[in-house]
Write a protein that binds this ligand. Structure first.
Ligand code: NAP
Length: 346
């Protein structure tokens, strides 16, 4: 186990804000990761698990506890069937490297999840999904440390409790440390286009087949146009991706909205587009609270709050509160933040 060169969280998060942590460990093996968390738990030291830092908004005065940085590696094919392949992946693998690896082999099931920042271990947490795919469709099991017992367990897909952008790891965040995932992918090289915007990009119909490499390229183009592919010189990408989740509301609430508001049937109710609600509450791309505000809505996606350089966590929180309040005052719907807020709140 090691320490980092800097304990300033702003240097480890994609929003590039966040103060120092009291202490910091880099865990490069699963044993180190488990030992680090067990030790903190035994000593009553708060733990912040840090992966790619792409879904965190950390307070300017940092974190009073120990950052445990997940830096485990490992990817292997554990089973090859007639038309499927089973992969075992360590939590610390970079997610998009795994997608690239899969697409390179013609493996199917994760190609629409191209360009998503962060590490493998973060994907089951919120059942990461985009363009018609989510990881619940391919996860066979998740290996996790149960902090209530100190044991390492293998949870089946059913036991993971996946829902729309959620899982039991998200609903019970202090209990689990995700150590790795086992995923089963197809091997045909051909995916299915599962999303209208993606179909338009590919000039094909929803439901049509397409080579996984073409789907990956199209998704990267779509995400790139929205500023959702990380690039150090592009301030629209100094974000935590979508800052608010797309709300799922009761049918009666959805019925009160104007007819032009997009709405989609979801298992738990009616899913709305947070980006549409923000835009129709009068918040334009590039919006800031002052003309020189360093925290602004992305110029390419109303759902991303961005750091234009020099923003503090408090600047971003102030902007987030203003967006949330404007949407609530206009539509009576309270948007919930998607990133984990550390030592701060809306
Ligand atoms: P978008 O495509 O503008 O869509 C906004 C919302 O409308 C999403 O909730 C999306 O559902 C829904 N939607 C659009 N067309 C739909 C259809 N034909 N049927 C059902 N629902 C439909 O969203 P975006 O912000 O640019 O994001 C692009 C994709 O990345 C979306 O799939 C979004 O969910 C995903 N994303 C995921 C995460 C995450 O996993 N944390 C973060 C950011 C963005 P879906 O959410 O079911 O797609």
């Amino acid at each position: 186990m090691d320490g980092p060169t800097s304990r300033i969280l702003a240097e480890h998060t994609t929003l590039r804000v966040g103060g120092a942590a009291d202490s910091w460990m880099i865990a490069s093996s699963e044993a180190d990761l488990c030992a680090a968390v067990r030790e903190c738990d035994a000593d009553g030291v708060p733990v912040l698990l840090l992966g790619g830092g792409s879904n965190l908004l950390v307070a300017d005065d940092g974190f009073r506890g120990r950052v445990v940085q997940v830096a485990t590696h490992g990817r292997e094919v554990v089973e090859e069937g007639d038309d499927s392949v089973t992969l075992r992946l360590a939590a610390g693998e970079v997610w998009d490297d795994i997608v690239l690896w899969a697409v390179g082999h013609g493996w199917t099931g994760v190609e629409a999840l191209s360009g998503i920042p962060g590490l493998v271990g973060a994907t089951p947490l919120q059942n990461v999904g985009a363009y018609g795919q989510d990881v619940a469709q391919t996860v066979v099991s998740v290996r996790a440390l149960d902090r209530t017992t100190g044991d390492v367990v293998e949870l089946s897909e059913t036991e993971c409790g996946f829902g729309y952008r959620t899982s039991r790891f998200k609903t019970d965040p202090d209990r689990w440390v995700i150590l790795g995932a086992t995923m089963r992918l197809g091997t045909s090289g051909t995916g299915r286009i599962g999303y209208p915007e993606l179909a338009r990009e590919l000039g094909a119909a929803v439901g049509a087949p397409a080579p996984v490499a073409a789907i990956r390229d199209a998704v990267l183009k779509l995400r790139g146009r929205k500023g959702m592919v990380l690039a150090a010189d592009d301030h629209d990408t100094w974000s935590a991706g979508s800052f608010f989740t797309n709300p799922i509301v009761a049918p009666e609430t959805a019925a009160e909205l104007t007819a032009d508001c997009p709405r989609y049937a979801a298992a738990e109710g009616v899913k709305l587009s947070a980006a549409w609600l923000i835009g129709h509450a009068g918040i334009e791309p590039g919006f800031g609270l002052r003309s020189d505000a360093p925290a602004r809505i992305s110029s390419r996606h109303t759902l991303a709050l961005t750091n234009r350089g020099g923003a503090t966590a408090e600047d971003l929180l102030e902007l987030a509160r203003a967006v949330r309040d404007r949407v609530r005052d206009t539509f009576g719907i309270t948007l919930e933040p998607e990133p984990r807020l550390v030592n701060c709140a809306l």
